[in-house]
Design a protein around this ligand. Sequence first.
Ligand SMILES: Cc1cc2nc3c(=O)[nH]c(=O)nc-3n(C[C@H](O)[C@H](O)[C@H](O)COP(=O)(O)O)c2cc1C
Length: 192
Amino acid sequence: MLDNLFTKTRSHRSFDSTKIGFENLESMVNAARFGGSARNSQTLRFTLVNSESLCQKIFPHTAWAGAIPWSPTSEESPRAYILVSSLKDSPLSPISLGIDIGIASQNILLKATDLGFGGCLIASFNKADVSNTLDLDLEIYVPQLLIALGKSTDKVIITEGNVTNLKYHRDVHTSTHYVPKLPLSTLILKKF
Ligand SMILES: Cc1cc2nc3c(=O)[nH]c(=O)nc-3n(C[C@H](O)[C@H](O)[C@H](O)COP(=O)(O)O)c2cc1C
């Protein structure tokens, strides 16, 4: 059952017009709340967006699927976002902070899948413009990662990858995205 959740939790990049209510966005952040945190510092803060007009304002400041010449249209664009920010005075090293962000973000994506939604972690976004749109106080917070969310219209298929070719590709006619993953035997270095 958990394996199914892991395989279903892919990066989804096109969405229908279904709105995501704040109660669902809050339960995603609640999933992040239970994640581990270096030194238990809990220095991440979350901005929830489901307003149609704000989603439309954010969308042009995001970059999608850099490996392929395709991006979602504004009709297919996310219906909600969670901006993950850290406290500017976070005591964590960059690696620890990055791990905290990763754990929180993956918990959010897993919960989104559990609720019937899909999403994509977006590191390529214009931090100044998105912070400005969301009135984020840059004296206190540092925008780190944007999580795009919605009801997915993508089909995502995992294929077997190899170290010389890990490029994902997409069949634009069927909105099917193919993601190569390395086989387990490649990942495990040694067994003692
Ligand atoms: C830290 C991080 C940043 C990412 N940034 C972007 C991004 O800016 N735009 C995008 O379309 N996908 C982004 N992705 C999604 C990756 O492209 C995706 O995870 C990868 O292709 C594997 O697909 P999968 O998530 O379905 O396993 C990001 C993923 C991670 C973990």
